[in-house]
Design a protein around this ligand. Structure first.
Ligand code: NAP
Ligand code: GDD
Length: 341
């Protein structure tokens, strides 16, 4: 019988790549979708017609219990979250509820539905749980590169909420013997990345300028450095973590950092443009507290899971620019279903 996976956050970037990958592996894939008439659900259905949809919301415990009861999954991937860091200052309580408490509700749904009790051991037949933890938890980093033992110092309400979800996942593993793991993923991007995140903002900005639809690109802190990889590579690591013999947490990243300035340089250059002519810095886009740098030490994932990233930074940037040039040339509108190439 096909293994069954339930993915929260199915309408997001990672949800789409993970669903595609699991379908290729022969899984029956279910996506948890929220809202009465969520336009992102119909967009997802167009791209991933084989995914089955179950309704539910990370804010609603009963809906998660019903979803787990209905799907009877072998694996649950909790990708749903408010994931845009600046929004977490504007709606800190909502972020805590969705990104933090949502993890508790999902774990409880699994615990209740599978009848797991205290002190059980991680046996076969259990629902395996993946939590989408984040390098944003490292925040003001205490060492570079960051590994599974690096201390957390989150710098945003989002990072704090993710740290809660991370520790809770560990705690359910230790308290109930659940096969529950966290992937501490560093920034990963793609042509399906939300337009609010800096890589997609830049690739779309470059495409607009190249096509004569805009004359400048406004950015915040150009000195921030991130470890950027390709989302398609990272969802494979999520899957590998749930196939491992023992439940453990892993850092996933490339081990290389680039600044926002270097990102702009690479993206404009991919379109044959000079970034300095178009990028305008805007103080209002700076954050109340910044994460200056993030850089992964993915050695544990390489050694224990055999995971390695395949797409390098320049290739990733070029493919995003090329994709947005195609999208906008074809009259694509980001507010419509065509926003995903
Ligand atoms: P994304 O594109 O922003 O997707 C977020 C998903 O969460 C969407 O499907 C959204 O659904 C869903 N969601 C929001 N509120 C919800 C709620 N109340 N109930 C159920 N679902 C809800 O994020 P992503 O880039 O795919 O990232 C996936 C996960 O990995 C997130 O948890 C993120 O925090 C984490 N992460 C991402 C990165 C990265 O670089 N991409 C790095 C580390 C960790 P709607 O369509 O209904 O809004
Ligand atoms: N979004 C955005 N827009 N960021 C900008 C801009 C801008 O105009 N200008 C500079 N930046 C800088 C931000 O200050 C930040 O330092 C960096 O670019 C990356 O910002 P984002 O792309 O918004 O990503 P993030 O690092 O804050 O968060 C992403 O990665 C986390 C993992 O480290 C998100 O995907 C999170 O959900 C994820 O957990």
């Amino acid at each position: 019988m096909a293994r069954r996976a339930l993915i929260t956050g199915i309408t997001g970037q990672d949800g789409s790549y993970l669903a595609e990958y699991l379908l290729e592996q022969g899984y029956e894939v279910w996506g948890l979708a929220r809202g009465q008439a969520n336009p992102r659900v119909s967009r997802m259905r167009k791209l991933l017609s084989d995914v089955r949809v179950v309704r539910g919301d990370l804010l609603d415990q009963g809906s998660l219990i019903s979803a787990v009861e209905r799907v009877q999954p072998d694996e649950v991937y909790n990708l749903g979250a408010i994931s845009f860091v600046p929004m977490s200052w504007e709606q800190a309580e909502l972020t805590a509820e969705v990104t933090g408490m949502g993890v508790l509700r999902m774990l409880e749904a699994i615990r209740v539905c599978s009848g797991v009790s205290r002190g059980a051991s991680t046996g076969s037949g259990q629902i395996r749980f993946y939590q989408a933890s984040s390098s944003e938890m490292f925040g003001q980093v205490s060492e570079t590169p960051q590994n599974e033992r690096t201390a957390f110092h989150p710098r945003s309400p989002y990072g704090v909420a993710k740290a809660y979800g991370h520790f809770l996942t560990q705690n359910y593993r230790e308290s109930y013997g659940m096969f529950a793991v966290s992937g501490i993923l560093f920034n990963h991007e793609s042509p399906r990345r939300g337009a609010e995140f800096v890589t997609r903002k830049v690739s779309l900005g470059v495409a607009r300028i190249k096509l004569g639809l805009a004359t400048e690109l406004r950015l915040g802190n150009l000195e921030a450095r991130r470890d950027w990889g390709f989302a398609g590579d990272y969802v494979k690591a999520m899957h590998l973590m749930l196939q491992a013999g023992t439940p453990e947490d892993y850092v996933i990243g490339t081990g290389r950092m680039k600044s926002v300035r270097e990102l702009a340089e690479a993206a404009f250059s991919a379109a044959g443009l000079d970034w300095e002519r178009y990028v305008v810095t805007d103080q209002t886009l700076h954050r109340p507290a910044e994460v200056d740098l993030l850089c992964a030490d993915p050695k544990k994932a390489r050694v224990q899971l055999g995971w390695e990233p395949n797409v390098a930074f320049d290739e990733l940037v070029a493919l995003m620019v090329e994709s947005d040039l195609k999208l906008l040339s074809a009259g694509g509108d980001l507010d419509q279903d065509s926003s995903w190439p």
